[in-house]
Design a protein around this ligand. Structure first.
Ligand SMILES: Nc1ncnc2c1ncn2[C@@H]1O[C@H](COP(=O)(O)OP(=O)(O)OP(=O)(O)O)[C@@H](O)[C@H]1O
Ligand SMILES: [Mg+2]
Length: 229
């Protein structure tokens, strides 16, 4: 990596816009947004319900495509590449954490975290070894063989964080990862997420309703309610 590529953003949105057609009218929650994320940076996205936070994360993650504007991930134009190429780029470069853990119920914590590595065709032994190390990093060495149903809400979110980070993604996107937890557990899990992303020298964009948690990030982006026309 050259010095200039280290300084250039890993994610860069220009004039990003997403229009939904809804019952004969247009809803435009993201309307001309300029946004960039550098490696090592943690960014909180806040704003009222309906202001477009989830829409923004889906665009940044290449799950959804913008109506107009450009979006580059590690220099690649994800607004303008084929679906399978976008999926491959997403799997390689992005880790996701959601409000509800989305762990596979019939798999242990260890195998849930190993799963993205197995999908990336690593051997079972190698995948489990890295999953074990990542679960240790989120303080769950004693919970490797537990099923999601045998874990507390906070523990499940920690497993979800380990799963998002185990592939060493350049970017982690998290949509209200602590929205379902009590205050004390939310603070612990949010702190862990920020700390682990920093340790991995990755970047984080995290949606939260909680202004105190948002302040733990390097930067806060505030979305307003969408314009309706
Ligand atoms: N698929 C869709 N079709 C039509 N409208 C949509 C669609 N998805 C989202 N919207 C609308 O876009 C706006 C933004 O939604 P979004 O889910 O991004 O908000 P949010 O900020 O994440 O809200 P919350 O805090 O409640 O999760 C809302 O008015 C929503 O109803
Ligand atoms: Mg949302």
């Amino acid at each position: 990596m050259t010095d200039s590529s280290a300084l250039s953003p890993i994610l860069e949105a220009r004039g990003l816009r997403r229009v939904y057609q809804d019952a004969g009218r247009e809803i435009c929650p993201i309307d001309g947004l300029d946004f960039s994320v550098h490696l090592g940076e943690t960014i909180a996205v806040v704003g009222p319900s309906g202001s477009g936070k989830t829409t923004l994360l889906q665009l940044l993650g290449g799950v959804d495509v913008p109506t107009s504007g450009t979006l580059h991930l590690q220099g690649r134009p994800i607004h303008d590449i084929a679906d399978d190429e976008r999926t491959a780029l997403r799997n390689r470069s992005i880790g996701f954490v959601y409000q509800f853990h989305h762990l596979l119920p019939e798999f242990t914590a260890l195998d849930n975290v190993a799963m993205p590595l197995r999908i990336a065709r690593q051997s079972k032994t190698a995948a489990r070894e890295q999953a074990r190390a990542m679960l240790a990093a989120v303080g769950l060495s004693e919970r490797l063989d537990h099923l999601p149903s045998q874990l507390s809400g906070g523990e499940r979110q920690r497993v979800a964080i380990a799963r998002a980070l185990v592939t060493r993604p350049a970017l982690v996107l998290a949509d209200e990862p602590t929205g379902n937890l009590d205050r004390e557990t939310a603070e612990l899990v949010f702190g862990l997420l920020v700390e682990r992303v920093k340790a991995a020298q990755s970047a984080l964009v995290v949606v939260t309703h909680d202004p105190l948690l948002a302040q733990r990030c390097d930067r806060v982006v505030t979305l307003r309610r969408e314009s309706r026309r």
